[in-house]
Design a protein around this ligand. Structure first.
Ligand code: NAD
Ligand code: MG
Length: 384
C-alpha cells in the first residue's frame, strides 16, 4: 500500500487521478486532498477516500469546510500556509495539480520532503525554473512529468542518453482555433476557447491551448525536465493529438509515444512508475478508425505565444516567470470578458517589455517576481 497526496484534487487532473485510484482503492492511502474554494466537492472526496486532511486555499471557506466534514475524523485546514503544511506531510507520491503559480509553494514543499512528485502544474516549473530543479537535485526527489507531452518524452528517453538526442519534438493539437484567420481570432469568445476539440481540461489550460501559450509553457517545461539544450527542442502541430511527443536520436531513430487523448494514460504512467497499471481505456487506440495522422509547422504570426516562450526561455532568469504571470492575468481577464482573445499574447509581450527582473535565486524571490509581473499586467490591462 502506498500513500498519496493530491494538490488540486477537485480539478480536471485531480479528478482523473482519483478516478484511477478509485479503481485500486486497496493499494492507496490518501493523505492530503486540496482545493481552492469548492469545499463541498473537497469534503465529498475526502470522505470517499478517507483522507487524513482536507485543505482549501481560500481561508474564508474554513468554517464551511469544517461544517462539510463534521462527524468525520478528517482534519480541516485553510489558507496558503495550510496548503504548504499539507504538502509537507509524508506521502510516497504527491500529485501537483493546482493550476497556475498558486501551486508553486506547495509543490516546492512536496519536493523538499524528498518523495516522488508527479508534476501536472507546469506554471510552477516555468516560474521557478532552476530554483525548482536545484531543489529536486538537493533532496533527491523523483520528479515524474504528468503533462502528456513530457510524459511521452520521459517514456521515449528511457534507457537512452541525453547526449544521443538530436531533437525532442513536442506535439501540439493547435487548439480549437488552429484554422482561424487573424481576423476571426479577434472575435473569439471565452466559450469557444474552452471547448477543446480533443481534450477535456480546466478553463485556464483550455485558453492556453487556444492561444498556444500552453505549448509555449510546455517548451520551457521541457527545457527544465530534459536538459538537452534549447536548440534541440521544437514544436510541431498535430491536430489528432495521438502522437503525444517524440525523441529523435543521432542514429536517425525516432521514438514516439501514442495513445488516446485522455489524461488518465499519462497519470497512470506516473502512478504505476516504473511499472504499468490498467486504465479504463487500455484498448482504445484504433488507428484504422483514426485513419490519418497529420503534422504541420506552427504559425507564429497568428499564434505568437510559442515565439514569446522561446525568447523567454533563452533570456532565462526571471523572464519565464514574468511570461507566466502576465499570461495568467491576461487569461483571467479574457475569461471575464474584459479583453479580446488576441489581446492575451499582445499583453504578455507588452509586460515582458516593461518588466525585466533580476534572476530569482530562491522561492520567495520567484514569488516576488510573479507578484510584481501581475501588478504590471493589471496596470497595463487597466489602461496604464
Ligand atoms: P482545473 O482548473 O480543472 O483544476 C485546478 C485545481 O487547482 C482545482 O482543484 C482548484 O480548486 C485548484 N486551485 C485553483 N486555484 C487555486 C489556488 N489559487 N490555490 C490553490 N488551489 C487552487 O485545472 P486542470 O485542468 O486540472 O489543470 C491543473 C494543472 O495541470 C495546470 O497547471 C494545467 O496546466 C496542468 N495540466 C492539465 C491538463 C488537463 O488535461 N487538464 C493536462 C496537462 C497539464
Ligand atoms: Mg500538455
Amino acid at each position: 500500500m502506498r500513500s498519496i497526496s493530491i494538490l488540486g484534487a477537485t480539478g480536471s487532473i485531480g479528478s482523473s487521478t482519483l478516478d484511477l485510484i478509485r479503481r485500486e482503492r486497496d493499494q492507496w492511502r490518501v493523505v492530503a486532498l486540496t482545493a481552492n474554494g469548492n469545499v463541498t466537492e473537497l469534503a465529498k472526496l475526502a470522505r470517499e477516500f478517507g483522507a487524513e486532511v482536507a485543505v482549501c486555499a481560500d481561508a474564508s471557506r474554513l468554517e464551511a469546510l469544517r461544517a462539510a466534514l463534521a462527524g468525520s475524523s478528517i482534519a480541516a485546514a485553510a489558507g496558503e500556509g495550510a496548503l504548504v503544511e499539507a504538502a509537507s506531510r509524508p506521502a510516497d507520491m504527491t500529485v501537483a495539480a493546482i493550476v497556475g503559480c498558486a501551486g508553486l509553494a506547495p509543490t516546492m514543499a512536496a519536493i523538499a520532503h524528498g518523495r516522488t512528485v508527479a508534476l501536472a502544474n507546469k506554471e510552477a516549473l516555468v516560474s521557478a525554473g532552476e530554483v525548482m530543479t536545484a531543489l529536486v537535485t538537493k533532496h533527491g526527489t523523483t520528479l515524474l512529468p504528468m503533462d502528456s507531452e513530457h510524459n511521452a518524452i520521459f517514456q521515449c528517453l528511457a534507457g537512452n542518453s541525453h547526449k544521443d538526442v538530436r531533437w525532442i519534438t513536442l506535439t501540439a493539437s493547435g487548439g480549437p482555433f488552429r484554422d482561424w484567420s487573424l481576423e476571426q481570432l479577434g472575435g473569439a469568445t471565452a466559450a469557444q476557447a474552452v471547448k477543446h476539440p480533443n481534450w477535456d481540461m480546466g478553463a485556464k489550460i483550455s485558453v492556453d491551448s487556444a492561444t498556444m501559450f500552453n505549448k509555449g509553457l510546455e517548451f520551457i517545461e521541457a527545457y527544465h525536465l530534459f536538459p538537452v539544450g534549447l536548440e534541440r527542442l521544437r514544436i510541431i502541430v498535430h491536430p489528432q493529438s495521438i502522437v503525444h511527443s517524440m525523441v529523435e536520436y543521432r542514429d536517425g531513430s525516432t521514438l514516439a509515444q501514442l495513445g488516446p487523448s485522455d489524461m488518465r494514460v499519462p497519470i497512470a504512467s506516473c502512478l504505476a512508475h516504473p511499472a504499468r497499471m490498467d486504465t479504463p481505456l487500455s484498448d482504445q487506440l484504433d488507428l484504422a478508425a483514426i485513419g490519418e495522422l497529420t503534422f504541420r509547422a506552427p504559425d507564429e504570426v497568428r499564434f505568437p505565444a510559442t515565439r514569446l516562450a522561446r525568447e523567454a526561455a533563452r533570456s532565462g532568469g526571471g523572464i519565464p516567470a514574468v511570461l507566466n504571470a502576465a499570461n495568467e492575468v491576461a487569461v483571467a481577464a479574457f475569461l471575464a470578458g474584459q479583453i479580446g482573445f488576441t489581446r492575451i499574447a499582445a499583453a504578455v509581450e507588452e509586460v515582458l517589455c516593461r518588466y525585466a527582473p533580476q534572476a530569482p535565486a530562491a522561492l520567495d524571490e520567484v514569488l516576488a517576481v510573479d507578484g510584481e509581473a501581475r501588478a504590471v499586467a493589471h496596470a497595463l490591462l487597466a489602461g496604464g
